[in-house]
Design a protein around this ligand. Structure first.
Ligand SMILES: Cc1cc2nc3c(=O)[nH]c(=O)nc-3n(C[C@H](O)[C@H](O)[C@H](O)COP(=O)(O)OP(=O)(O)OC[C@H]3O[C@@H](n4cnc5c(N)ncnc54)[C@H](O)[C@@H]3O)c2cc1C
Length: 273
C-alpha cells in the first residue's frame, strides 16, 4: 500500500502487507468524530487498492455508540464486520429501559446541540425521533444547580445550604488549580492525581469533617457526569468538549432506537470480551 499522509501510521500499519485474509481490529474509541475521519481515510485507501483481491474482515471491539457507528461505517464501505460486545446487550452507556411501559434512559438521554452540524442529527431526523427542548423553557432540573438541590447527611439531616455553596466554591478553585498542573505536565494523568497535587500545593483548600464529605460529593458528581471514577478521568481532556449550538433536546422515545438503527444487519456477538 502506498503511504498516504492523511491516514495515521498506526491505522496503515494495522492493514499490513498481505493482500488476503486481513484482520483489522478497531478498538472502541471515545473520540467518535476522530475515529470516523480515520476510518473514512483508511477505508478509502483500502477499497481503492485492495478490493480486487479480497474483502478484509474487521473486528470492532465494544458495542457502545462508538463501536456500533464504526461497524456501520465499515459495513457501508463493504467490509466484512464482526462486532464483539462483552455484555449481553448493545449500547454501552446508552441503555433505554422500557419495562415501565415508557422509555427510561439509564444513560445518555439528551441530544446536546440540536443543529445540523451534529453528526447524529440526520439519523434522528430520518428515524422520526422526537426531541423535547429543555433549553430556554421553564423546566426545573433537580441536582443541576446549587439553588435547587438539598444534601442530607447519613442521619437524614439536611446539610446547611451555606456549607454546600462554600464547598462548591472550594471545589471550583481546586479544579482551576488542576489547570496549572496540566500545564506543568506534558504527560496525561487522572483528575484524581491532579487534585491530590493541588491539595499538597495548597493545603488550605483541604476540607475537614462535614465539609470534607461535601467535597467528596462534588467529586462524585463529576464522576457521575463521566460515568467513570476520578482516577480514570483524563486531566488533559475532561473539560475539552466542543459544545454545539442549538441547545439540548431530550430524546422522548429513548436513545436506544439510534443504536438499533446503526446496528441493523451487523454481525454482532454479545457476551464476547
Ligand atoms: C448516566 C449517563 C448519562 C449520560 N447522558 C448523556 C446525554 O444526555 N447525552 C450525551 O450525549 N451523552 C450522555 N452520556 C455520555 C454517553 O452516554 C457516552 O459518551 C457514550 O454513550 C459513550 O459511548 P462509547 O461507545 O464511546 O462508550 P460505551 O458506551 O462505554 O461503550 C463501550 C462498550 O464497550 C464494551 N467493552 C468494553 N471493553 C470490552 C471488551 N474488552 N470486549 C468487548 N466489549 C467491551 C462495553 O461493554 C460497552 O458496551 C451519559 C452517560 C451516562 C453514564
Amino acid at each position: 500500500m502506498e503511504s498516504d499522509q492523511s491516514v495515521p501510521d498506526h491505522i496503515l500499519n494495522a492493514f499490513g502487507d498481505s493482500v488476503s485474509d486481513m484482520l483489522v481490529i478497531i478498538r472502541f474509541c471515545l473520540d467518535l468524530s476522530l475515529l470516523i475521519c480515520h476510518l473514512y481515510a483508511a477505508t478509502n485507501a483500502l477499497c481503492i487498492e485492495r478490493r480486487p483481491f479480497s474483502t478484509p474482515t474487521v473486528i470492532v471491539i465494544g458495542g457502545g455508540i462508538s463501536g456500533v457507528a464504526a461497524a456501520r461505517f465499515l459495513d457501508n464501505a463493504s467490509l466484512k464486520v464482526i462486532l464483539l460486545e462483552s455484555r449481553t446487550r448493545l449500547g454501552g452507556r446508552i441503555h433505554t429501559d422500557y419495562s415501565f411501559g415508557c422509555p427510561v434512559d439509564m444513560g445518555a438521554s439528551w441530544l446536546h446541540g440540536v443543529c445540523n452540524e451534529n453528526p447524529l442529527a440526520p439519523l434522528i431526523r430520518c428515524l422520526g425521533l422526537k426531541l423535547y427542548r429543555t433549553s430556554g423553557d421553564n423546566s426545573v432540573l433537580y441536582d443541576h444547580d446549587l439553588e435547587s438541590l438539598s444534601l442530607f447527611n447519613k442521619d437524614g439531616q439536611q446539610v446547611p445550604q451555606q456549607v454546600v455553596v462554600e464547598v462548591g466554591e472550594v471545589f471550583k478553585k481546586i479544579l482551576k488549580e488542576t489547570e496549572k498542573v496540566r500545564e506543568d505536565h506534558s504527560d496525561d494523568m487522572s483528575v484524581l492525581q491532579a487534585i491530590s497535587i493541588v491539595l499538597k500545593r495548597h493545603p488550605h483548600l483541604r476540607q475537614e469533617g462535614l465539609a470534607h464529605e461535601v467535597l467528596q460529593w462534588y467529586l462524585c458528581r463529576l464522576e457521575a457526569w463521566f460515568a467513570a471514577d476520578a482516577d480514570m478521568i483524563s486531566l488533559k481532556t475532561w473539560d475539552q468538549e466542543q459544545v454545539l449550538s442549538g441547545g439540548h433536546g431530550l430524546m422522548t422515545q429513548g436513545y436506544y432506537p439510534v443504536i438499533d438503527a446503526l446496528a441493523k444487519g451487523i454481525d454482532i456477538r454479545l457476551n464476547h470480551r
